[in-house]
Design a protein around this ligand. Structure first.
Ligand SMILES: [Zn+2]
Length: 345
């Protein structure tokens, strides 16, 4: 990392607080959990409080409104809700709360997620490596570049590992380091290999391999119900949740175009919204998104959006499992969003 560049980026980001702006929120799962190293789960109770804040501030906006430059305002008065991946709880847990507060949302669904009965690889990896079971001292991992890992520091403090954030905290034990190393090794494997790798890891750690997924994906019927709902717009999230920056341009194009086709077939509706898996993108990926007819695409860059942003690389704010007050304070203090409304609440 180049320190000077980081500083310039931070100053540039801060200047957004004075620009006409809008917010795009990123959610994944609406569920209770006690293991969430990426901070992607928000409990239904917290989500209800967060949507109540948007509703009281009259800030809830459809992502599509951000195609209109007048949606970016000096008080950051419009905030769009989005979900990534296509978890079943988006229908069962999130939708009733969105209905109660009349908040529209965009759900970016992985093409192959619909009707998927297997756990997503990143969820299975968490359970295998950061779960309650004591791990064997050695792991021979034969996928990708074959490697052997040692896990020497037994016993680990499970309670501490439960609150560890893989994206914020450095690894403080072999188990956390193993989790990071395996994540980096698996993210670049082909989709079938990813499933085989996590089955291998679950078995190695002593978990049943074919138990039902704790965080299942939408079934085809659930997807249809979600897609037909007037508050919901479905977007695409590639065919296989591909790490686009690890693919050549032809493979990027296939993932983006086929993911769009699959979602369009399932919903019977045009697909003009997209989000980049893992927030990873480059110039050829953005070009493939444009050629696929996408009008709005979201990254995971955690800043407010401004009217000058490329509509194909819009930044998004990851929302954590915060109560309504904390959620409102972060919007207001960190991003100057819903300023007029939240200052008077
Ligand atoms: Zn995703």
């Amino acid at each position: 990392m180049i320190p000077g560049r980081g500083l310039a980026r931070r100053l540039h980001d801060r200047s957004r607080r004075r620009r006409r702006r809008a917010g795009i929120l990123m959610y994944h799962c609406i569920t209770e959990t006690d293991l969430d190293p990426w901070g992607i789960c928000v409990s239904p109770a917290a989500f209800d409080e967060q949507m109540a804040v948007l509703s009281a501030a009259r800030a809830g906006a459809d992502l599509g409104e951000l195609r209109d430059p007048s949606s970016f305002t000096a008080t950051g008065s419009k905030i769009a809700v989005t979900f990534d991946d296509g978890y079943a709880d988006n229908l069962a847990a999130a939708l009733p709360i969105l209905e109660r507060h009349e908040i529209p949302a965009t759900v970016f669904v992985i093409g192959t997620a619909v009707g998927r009965t297997r756990e997503f690889w990143w969820d299975a990896l968490e359970r295998a490596v950061l779960g309650d079971l004591e791990l064997p001292e050695e792991l021979r991992f034969p996928f990708g570049t074959s490697r052997t890992f040692r896990i020497d520091d037994h016993p680990v403090d499970i309670a501490e590992t439960r609150t560890w954030r893989a994206d914020l905290d450095g690894p403080s034990c072999d188990r956390q380091q193993l989790f990071r190393d395996l994540w980096e090794a698996i993210v670049v494997l082909a989709p079938e290999e990813q499933d085989d790798a996590v089955d291998y890891l679950l078995e190695w750690a002593g978990h049943p391999v074919d138990a039902p997924a704790p965080r299942p994906a939408l079934t085809a019927d659930e997807f249809a119900d979600l897609a037909a709902h007037p508050l919901i717009t479905i977007g695409s999230h590639t065919l296989d949740h591909a790490s686009l920056t690890d693919l050549d341009p032809a493979a990027q194009h296939r993932q983006i175009a086929r993911g769009r086709d699959r979602i369009r077939e399932l919903s019977g509706l045009p697909v003009t919204r997209f989000s980049f898996p893992y927030g990873r993108y480059d110039a050829t990926a953005v070009d493939a998104v444009r050629r696929a007819g996408i009008e709005l695409a979201c990254t995971s860059r955690p800043v407010a959006a401004i009217a000058d942003d490329d509509p194909l690389t819009l930044p998004r704010l990851q929302v954590l499992d915060d109560d309504g007050d904390t959620f409102a304070r972060k919007l207001y203090d960190d991003h100057r969003l819903a300023v007029g409304a939240l200052s008077s609440l």
